[in-house]
Unconditional design. Structure first.
Length: 320
């Protein structure tokens, strides 16, 4: 019979000073269990190996700081010859903090013990990558939600006990779905048990351009636009979703300018009252300072809201 519940009241919790969770890659791979999924031969293993090297060396990942520490990469579908070739392709200076193995136990046959022993022997372990998840699961015809959730819950508990980040490389189902999260192979128990899910998707099979869909309990959902460099075999970040949206909005067409050409705007701060004459609202409905863009060369009446999509722009102020 289970013991009594251990509870804490809300006031005590609110006043408690808690140690912040660790991370492998700040704002991307935080402490806990994560899935990196993609179609076969998408470049998941190249990305996983590069992430390991960056974290082991304390180098940034697409501008995000990393928590340098020991890294364990279980590359269970490759041998040391292929690993050596790939490692020397992505870096000229392999990190001594990166440890690699091509064989490991399964969830039912000692994997947790092997990882916990490694953590005890090496101290601070920032990242553990298991490539692929299927290699450490039991061969079973039971593909239910309960089994998927139970397997990942065991790995989640392992990550929490070791206070580290565990990244599982996994596959996508063949059926298309408009929500990339629904394409993770298996039931919803997969993404349900994980703290974060990353979907790597190329624009098409032969393209070097792709998108990394990122979502999780402790990170903001985002889409990273990536490009695979066939020479260095590194996924480079072209821009994230927010940067892409800003770039799309950066070029505007200025009515009345010479040949009605596209001009790059300058950004200016304006008070809420200043936008009212040029939009379908009154300043009484505007409570926050907004950023506006004005054309170059100057167009006296042109003032476009940069961060207020609900406004309808007018070329001229309304008559009194």
């Amino acid at each position: 019979m289970a013991g009594r519940l251990r509870t804490i009241d809300a006031r005590t919790l609110a006043d408690a000073v808690l140690e912040p969770p660790g991370y492998a890659v700040k704002d991307l791979l935080v402490q806990g269990l994560h899935i990196l999924a993609g179609a076969p031969k998408t470049g998941k293993s190249w990305l996983a190996l590069w992430l390991c090297q960056q974290v082991a060396g304390g180098e940034k990942v697409w501008g995000h700081p990393t928590q340098q520490g020991t890294v364990l990469y279980l590359c269970l579908e490759d041998g040391y010859h292929r690993l050596q070739d790939r490692l020397l392709d992505i870096t000229e200076d392999p990190s001594e903090n990166l440890y690699l193995a091509t064989h490991a136990g399964t969830l039912a046959d000692g994997l947790a013990g092997q990882i916990e022993t490694f953590v005890r022997e090496h101290g601070r372990v920032s990242l553990i990558v298991i490539d692929t998840l299927q290699k450490v699961r039991e061969t079973c015809t039971d593909n239910t939600y309960a089994r998927d959730y139970a397997d990942l819950a065991r790995l989640k508990e392992l990550a929490d006990r070791c206070r580290t980040t565990v990244l599982l490389v996994h596959h996508l189902r063949k059926q298309y779905d408009s929500d990339p999260l629904n394409r993770v192979s298996g039931t919803a128990g997969m993404s349900g048990a994980a703290d974060g899910t990353f979907i790597l998707q190329r624009e098409d099979r032969s393209s070097n351009y792709g998108t990394l869909f990122c979502t999780g309990r402790d990170i903001e959902s985002k889409e990273l636009k990536l490009q695979f460099d066939p020479m260095s075999h590194i996924w480079e970040c072209r821009e994230d979703e927010e940067t892409a949206r800003s770039a799309d909005e950066e070029v505007i067409r200025i009515p009345g300018s010479e040949n009605d050409v596209q001009q790059r705007p300058q950004y200016h701060c304006r008070s809420p009252e200043s936008i009212a004459p040029y939009s379908d609202t009154s300043d009484a409905h505007v409570r926050l300072p907004l950023v506006y863009r004005t054309g170059t060369p100057p167009v006296p009446h042109l003032s476009l809201p940069k961060m207020c999509p609900s406004y309808t722009y007018r070329d001229t102020a309304p008559e009194d």
